[in-house]
Design a protein around this ligand. Sequence first.
Ligand code: SDX
Length: 437
Amino acid sequence: MDAKSGSNANLKTGKLTLGDKSWSLPIYEGTIGPDVVDVSKLYSEVGIFTYDPGFTSTGSCDSKITYIDGDQGILLYRGYPIEDLAEHGDFLETCYVLLYGELPTAAQKEDFDNRVVHHTMIHEQMTRFFQGFRRDAHPMAVMVGCVGALSAFYHDSTDISDPTQRMIASIRMIAKTPTLAAMAYKYFIGQPFVYPDNKLDYASNFLRMCFAVPCEEYRPNPVLARAMDRIFILHADHEQNASTSTVRLAGSTGANPFACIAAGIACLWGPAHGGANEAALKMLGEIGSVDRIPEYIKRAKDPDDSFRLMGFGHRVYKHYDPRARVMQKTCHEVLQELGINDPLLDVALELERIALNDDYFIQKRLYPNIDFYSGITLRAMGFPTTMFTVLFALARTVGWIAQWKEMIEDPHQKLARPRQLYTGSPRRDYQSISRRK
Ligand code: SDX
């Protein structure tokens, strides 16, 4: 049943009782997952707000895109298990599924790939943007700036009321983020930019733009390209996480899609969210060897120590993150292909083994999340830690765009504007400076 238009006949209701008064509140049920109680009229009818800092029990919208069952460790994109999409499809197929809601036919896939491939270049003027950044600028700072600046170039796809322009903007974002991400990396290491090669598949094109140099021929390693493509699939969308909620909130004001995605990139940067892959690898490096793990497990359990196991725990998953399993498998494939014996993988595997058998982590239901193995994999592929969250942002762009489009196309959507519990000073009189003590 659509949450907004379900017939009243079979509507479930809840009851709110305050003192001697009661109100009934509509309860909606989704296809799968928890029911929701509609409190949108609570303030107008009861005069009180709900209170849920961090939105731990708050549904901000209804959506048909991604479903997570945190207790079972299930992740579905439009109903398809992430494991199946990662195993059998490629990233552009996942982009199609997230945007259109169905698996593409062969003809639809060919057309979609072709549309994306023909938007991979960026306006040549944008290359001058990079000259304004310090060479050692964090690539995420460059991405926030450059993606936001796309709205200064693509005026023909910023009218959010035009479905054709919305789809062009979506295709442009999917196509251009790899080009911008590769340019941010090249600028960071002082090498010349490499233009996209439209004969290559999406992941191979990105690896070539990152690692090719003018003085040598570059042939993408198919094992690494497949691993990169699978890493993009794993990161593509994840329900109403912090950065997606940021994109939806920005989009609810009518801001153009490029500005909304730039807001999502800025939010993703934090170490509690998309910055955790960079933080997890730094943590594994700080632990350094298996014999030092108990010291860090002790610190992670100490309520007075702010240290946490980065890449562990999740707001929603209280079971193994299904993406982490695929990520661990991919990590082994990449290290084997490259003949790398990374001692940090030994530390990660032993840390996971110890934590999963420790009462603290069992009781708090803390499991490895997608960020726990991604850092080791990306470093082995040649990326510096500063690029890890950029790769997360590159992959998540399609999820942000799909969620943004769904919100814009929702006839019930409105400006997002939360309220608060005010605990500051009551009204008081202004004092002239001469009378202040
Ligand atoms: C991503 O939302 C998404 O979907 C995000 C994401 C996506 O795809 O978009 O999945 C990507 O962001 C994955 C998460 C990456 N972050 C990290 O790996 C950073 C380390 N993890 C923690 O910071 C933490 O687990 C959070 C922030 C991810 C989630 O924390 P919550 O849900 O706010 O829960 P909490 O912090 O209240 O923790 C519950 C308890 C606490 O103990 P008590 O205060 O109840 O005694 O578990 C403890 C925490 O101290 N705890 C940890 C821990 N994570 C939580 N203790 C040690 N190490 C950890 N990693």
